[in-house]
Ligand binder design. Sequence first.
Ligand code: ADP
Ligand code: MG
Length: 441
Amino acid sequence: WKETLLQLEGELSDQELNTWIRPLQAVEEGNRLRLLAPNRFVLDSVRDRFLERIQQVITVLGAGKQVQLEIGSHAAVSSLSGVETAVNTPSEVRPAAGLPQFTNNLNPNFSFNNFVEGKSNQLAKAASLQVASNVGKAYNPLFLYGGTGLGKTHLMHAIGNTIIADRPAARVAYLHSERFVADMIRALQHNSIEEFKNYYRSLDALLIDDIQFFAGKERSQEEFFHTFNALLEGQQQIILTCDRYPKEVDGLDDRLKSRFGWGLTVAIEPAELETRVAILQRKAEEAGMDLPSEVAFFIAKRIRSNIRELEGALRRVMANAHFMGKPVTLDFAKDALRDLLALQDKLVTIDNIQKTVAEYYKIRVSDLHSNRRSRSITRPRQLAMALSKELTNHSLPEIGKAFGGRDHTTVLHGCRKVQELRESDARINEDFVNLMRSLTS
Ligand code: ADP
Ligand code: MG
């Protein structure tokens, strides 16, 4: 089961893992693997969404065990998640519906110590350290934003863990924005909205992850707005993350958007190659594994977009090497990752193109979305648009939208310009060809 978990960790989001997979307890009995779900809700979801894949992985791993899903808990079985995230189960976070105990939901595995610093995340880390040592006084709120899998949640937990380590009595609560919404609805149903409010307002630090999920949920935003104001007034720390710049979240109240900007808003950019290599080496070291640098470079070059996927690839290589009892060579890694990379190659997305182009020209992805008009930005922007036209099935208006909401005529103009330049300017043509190759090979 541990090996299966390892594999699933490379495939599913943290949210899915924490909500559905990690709360399961496993009991291995001969040819059976019994998975115990804490309640009917988890059981149904796991059966509908994940069971087939779990069974497949177990078969592929050669265990040949038959998986059986049931409700229950087994005191003698240690929690599969180890220390971390089983606390994300609904009953434990619920503030209002009768459970008095307080859990902070922090994952002790995410610390500043094991966060590898690079140019892409330097500012975010520095700001997080500031907030951790001046709770409520440095920047409030602290708002971290950036694409998925870049380390926002990690930094958020690192802040929480540092606060608690410095001051064990501090009341810190981490939760995903969907949890906030669910808790609020439950509180409304139980007529306990006052307790709900009091709970959140009693915190020293409130950490809410992925606030883009608030979009369109007006009542939750209303409630959150009041909580937010109360906490700010009390100099209690608020830390938020989002997958994009707050002003760009559709369906989010303007009052909230503007308040989010009152403290400090910092971006985490996709990690550059050197940082990706450093992260791989760090993770391998933590796992007690020897990772030759050519293998680290190979993985880091091929997986560019997201640290979570980077970790997933490394885990897959490590698991394969472990099962087959072989050393990790470049050929071995290529073989182990063949399917994954083939799949990835089919997935040339605009997002990916933007990241690749930004990295190539050493500019920021946000520059591609911005209105900046200097040549050093407009050229890469036009190239990225032309590549998007060439390599994806998106329409011109869709591409325009993905580039900071530009008009389709701007995209068309960009594509024509690139065509023209490729014929007249050998360097531009070379850039285009290089980018094309790196996106498709
Ligand atoms: P996000 O919340 O931005 O989607 P996460 O914080 O969940 O991303 O990060 C995804 C994974 O990548 C986590 O396992 C995290 O520990 C790891 N990770 C991200 N950035 C770093 C980093 N700079 N150093 C070490 N690990 C990192
Ligand atoms: Mg996250």
